[in-house]
Design a protein around this ligand. Structure first.
Ligand code: FAD
Length: 392
């Protein structure tokens, strides 16, 4: 299949979009504003998706999944993002869709059978703990350590921004198993674990943040967490490489989500611009209102095409680093601009919670920051695509 055909909306993709849309329509702006205001996890929404079988969209059929590609997962997540729940709704599901990727690729059959079905059914919720306060994007500098102890490991250290850790049963954790000084490269000697989040040895403190309050993010402290050997994914010391395998699909999904949020904000802006009359005519009759919105439509469409192209390459097993990174960059920028313009189109009312665009705007800020910043993406493209010297 060539790329143009691959980007076409097949019957299956249209069916995914329609079914996901129908499910999202049950949770309106009022539902999500309330979750945002109170900082309450949207359990009903998560359960509705689990019961309808969507959490396993990209999981292997042998473990209860639908076995579809990242293209279909991206279409699903874009549809979720383009609903009232925007980024919060996506983040509720994201870890189930993307998080188990290292297990699927590097787990043993026993581990897959033990872990994947409960994730697919939504019976178990997991969080993802890589980022540390003193390492940031420089993952080779993480200091959380997993020391060998009998037939397993004991973990000490701390993570930051661990999303959904307030409620999660399981944690996917990257920790150092060989001191950095003894490794050829800083990213060697790190191991990946998927294990019980045993709260007797893990303290979780919520971080109060700008947006997406329905989905918690946390500082997480490990004090003697015991991890059995059978909860290590793959070989000791190769955890960072396993994470790298999942980087492109995650960027593609976040790009799709950013496009969805941008479209949601844009639709609200266009609607308001048609209805709001000032100086005796709808504000949307002014080109100073029209043009930025039209430009955002074009920017979002271009970002979507790049994301679909990256997804198509990924699903064919072809390299897609440049496209996945470019998609994440373009989509984050387009999303942010669309959400900013949506607020400004609403004038003062854009600042009022009841119009919802301020909530989308606060979430749009995040699409430029996670899971990797726009600067680091540009560093990657400069180095890997343009052949410029590594700058970080
Ligand atoms: C709401 C939220 C949820 C998150 N959820 C999770 C989660 O579930 N699990 C998890 O592990 N992490 C999570 N993260 C962490 C997120 O992935 C990191 O915040 C992100 O990777 C950036 O790391 P940092 O914040 O430490 O930035 P830093 O590494 O401190 O960087 C700060 C700034 O400096 C820039 N910078 C740094 N070095 C360079 C350079 N060489 N050249 C140019 N610019 C540079 C960066 O681009 C960035 O703008 C979450 C973050 C947020 C905000």
């Amino acid at each position: 299949m060539d790329t143009i055909l691959a980007l076409a909306d097949t019957e299956e993709r249209a069916a995914i979009r329609d079914a996901v849309q129908a499910l999202c329509d049950r949770f309106d702006d009022t539902y999500w504003s309330e979750r945002d205001r109170s900082g309450t996890f949207p359990f009903e929404f998560h359960q509705a998706f689990a019961q309808a079988g969507w959490l396993g969209i990209a999981m292997p059929p042998d473990y209860g999944g639908a076995g579809l590609g990242i293209t279909e997962a991206a279409i699903m997540m874009q549809t979720v993002a383009n609903s009232a729940g925007a980024f919060a709704a996506c983040s509720t599901l994201h870890i189930n869709i993307f998080g188990p990727h290292p297990i699927v690729v590097h787990g043993t059959p026993e581990q897959k059978a033990r872990w994947l079905p409960s994730l697919v059914k939504g019976e178990v919720r997991a969080c993802f703990a890589v980022t540390e306060p003193d390492a940031g994007l420089d993952t080779g500098r993480i200091t959380t350590r997993a020391d060998r102890d009998g037939n397993g490991y004991v973990v000490h250290g701390r993570k930051v921004w661990t999303s959904t850790a307030q409620e999660a049963d399981k944690i996917m954790l990257l920790a150092r198993t060989t001191p950095r000084e003894q490794c050829a490269r800083p990213t060697d000697g790190l191991s990946l674990f998927y294990t019980d989040l045993d709260r007797r040895h893990v303290q979780v403190h919520e971080i109060h943040k700008m947006g997406r309050a329905a989905v918690d993010s946390n500082s997480t402290f490990f004090d003697g967490l015991k991890v059995p050997l059978e909860d290590r994914i793959g070989e000791e010391g190769k955890g960072f490489r396993y994470l790298l395998d999942g980087i492109n699909p995650e960027r593609i999904l976040i790009a799709a989500e950013a496009v969805g949020i941008g479209r949601r904000a844009l639709a609200k802006a266009a609607q308001y611009a048609k209805e709001r009359v000032v100086f005796g005519r709808p504000i949307g009759q002014n080109q100073a209102i029209q043009h930025p919105l039209a430009e955002s439509w074009a920017e979002l469409a271009a970002a979507e095409l790049m994301a679909l192209r990256a997804a198509h390459l990924y699903d064919r097993g072809e390299p897609c680093g440049a496209e996945a990174n470019a998609a994440k960059y373009l989509a984050g920028e387009a999303c942010f601009r669309a959400a900013d313009r949506a607020v400004r189109t609403h004038g003062g009312f854009g600042y009022a919670a009841e119009y919802h665009v301020e909530r989308y705007f606060r979430e749009a800020v995040l699409t430029r920051l996670v899971p990797v910043s726009r600067e680091l993406i540009l560093c990657y493209l400069a180095e890997r695509v343009l052949g410029l010297p590594k700058s970080y």
